[in-house]
Write a protein that binds this ligand. Structure first.
Ligand code: C5P
Length: 464
């Protein structure tokens, strides 16, 4: 097949191509490809000047092609990334590819380029590439950057903000979301330095898929460190791209975790809530572009990236923080708020003494945060969502709760001990709205969060 170099075209054509590419928000190479594709589909496109759509057709914008920049790091899993490129192209995504120097030891620019359908990028100081595309453009163009495999070394460089090659320079310059698919030997993954870098990268807003557990390439080695399979990575990419901007400009308030109700300065009454579901919802809302405030009781979870977090202990503190966070468009109350607090909490540590009676705790009712916000006249969020954690008659109790609390939706789940939901990573919920109940399949708490955010985005759109 003949190859075409844009630089060899005459100046007038080059200028026209550049103008047309800029108007369509494409690179010159992409523009040429689009013209050739159109020519193949519909016959000759006619002169370049005449190829703009007719005036009446111009307002109907073509569906935006999602652009993914895939950075292949230097690990044995790099061969799977070639399959990943195919999976992404099958989904109609526009893929560009960077190979690190180490990656070139595992896959060649030629093989990756053949699957991508254009040259791949390898060198920060390649004058031809800087003229044509440039590392800043590579960083600016994509809707999502994916690093697969993300090696221990690449993760360390990213956590430290290094930019000494094309991959790291682009990763430092991009404002797009970045998804990392780590892959390394299990001992390298477990190493304190890698775990430190992982925590830093998660706090900086990087997303992760994998690593998985299983056999390693090295004979006899197994453990956590295998790169996620291409289809898993493609699914994570789909999710990030679809959620994308669904809640741009929407203010979301989330409560999460348990509350601690003091008995005295050192003792408290708590519950088994881990905060995993509420934190996942806050993270998913932020990933969808929302401005999120998370009011969290004491949990063992990192603050989700890109979220404003108010840390509180008691139910009364939680209500105060929630009211401070208003106005909001959507409020989701996932916290397991204690129904009662100790009315006679002691200001000093209660002492045990021989012959002294055991302390008698008196209880007072806590404010119901969900009901308080749902019944507000002023600054009531447009959509108020509560949870119903029940151990019996889940659906019936949830319906009654929706009415009693005055909220719009209830997510109901069965938290009987045998379900493992309390503190676990998966959840089975039913969504109760004014229109009835809808059972969702058993899925991870992250997937419940993503599904809820998609439903919220739909509801807000239908409501405007
Ligand atoms: O009444 P129950 O605790 O079952 O209600 C659960 C829902 O109400 C959850 O959404 C929870 O966050 C919220 N709630 C609250 N304040 C309370 C008790 C529950 O916001 N004091």
């Amino acid at each position: 097949m003949a190859s075409l170099t844009v630089r060899q075209l005459d100046d007038r054509l080059k200028k026209l191509l550049r103008l047309r590419a800029a108007r369509n928000g494409r690179s010159v190479e992409d523009e040429v490809r689009t013209i050739l594709r159109a020519a193949a589909d519909e016959g000759a496109p006619g002169p370049l000047e005449a190829s703009a759509p007719p005036r009446e057709a111009r307002s109907a914008a073509p569906p935006a092609v999602r652009r993914v920049l895939l950075i292949i790091g230097g690990g044995i899993a790099a061969y799977k990334s070639l399959d990943l490129i195919r999976r992404l192209k099958e989904r109609g995504l526009a893929v560009r590819c960077i190979l690190t120097k180490a990656a070139e030891r595992f896959v060649t620019p030629l093989s990756a380029g053949a699957i991508v359908g254009e040259r791949v990028f390898t060198d920060l100081f390649d004058p031809a590439h800087e003229f044509d595309v440039g590392h800043i453009r590579l960083a600016r163009e994509p809707d999502l950057v994916v690093v697969a495999p993300a090696t221990a070394d690449l993760m360390a460089k990213l956590a430290g903000g290094h930019a000494d090659d094309l991959a790291t320079a682009v990763l430092l310059a991009t404002t797009a979301k970045v998804l990392l698919a780590p892959a390394m030997n299990p001992r390298m993954w477990a190493n304190k330095a890698t775990q430190r870098n992982l925590a830093q990268l998660a706090a900086d807003g990087f997303r992760f898929v994998g690593p998985n557990e299983g056999e390693m390439a090295e004979a006899g080695e197994s453990g956590t460190g295998r790169m996620a399979e291409p289809l898993e990575i493609a699914a994570a990419i789909d999710k990030l791209l679809t959620l994308g901007h669904a809640l741009d400009g929407v203010r979301v308030l989330v409560t999460s975790g348990p509350t601690y109700e003091p008995i005295d300065p050192v003792r408290y009454i708590a519950n088994r809530s881990s905060g995993k579901q509420g934190h996942a919802i806050a993270a998913a809302a932020a990933a969808a572009g929302a401005e999120v405030t998370l009011v969290s009781g004491p949990v063992n979870l990192p603050d989700p990236p890109g979220v404003t977090v108010a840390h509180v202990e008691s139910a009364r503190d939680m209500l105060e923080a929630v009211e401070r966070a208003l106005p909001a468009d959507v409020a989701i109350f996932a916290a397991a708020v204690a129904d009662w607090r100790v009315a006679n909490a002691s200001a000093q540590k209660i002492k045990k003494a021989a012959g002294k009676a055991v302390p008698a705790l008196a209880f007072a009712e806590n404010p119901d945060i969900l009901a308080t916000i749902a019944h507000r006249k002023a600054q009531r969020p447009r959509l108020v969502i509560g949870f119903a954690a029940e151990t019996e008659n889940v659906a019936a109790n949830a319906r009654a709760k929706r009415a009693a609390k005055g909220c719009d939706w209830i997510l109901a789940n069965d938290v009987s001990p045998q379900t493992g939901i309390m503190g676990g990573d998966s959840n089975t919920v039913a969504l109760i709205t004014a229109n009835g109940a809808e059972s969702w399949p058993p899925q991870s708490k992250d997937d419940v969060a993503a599904m809820l955010i998609a439903r919220i985005a739909d509801a807000l759109k239908a409501d405007t």
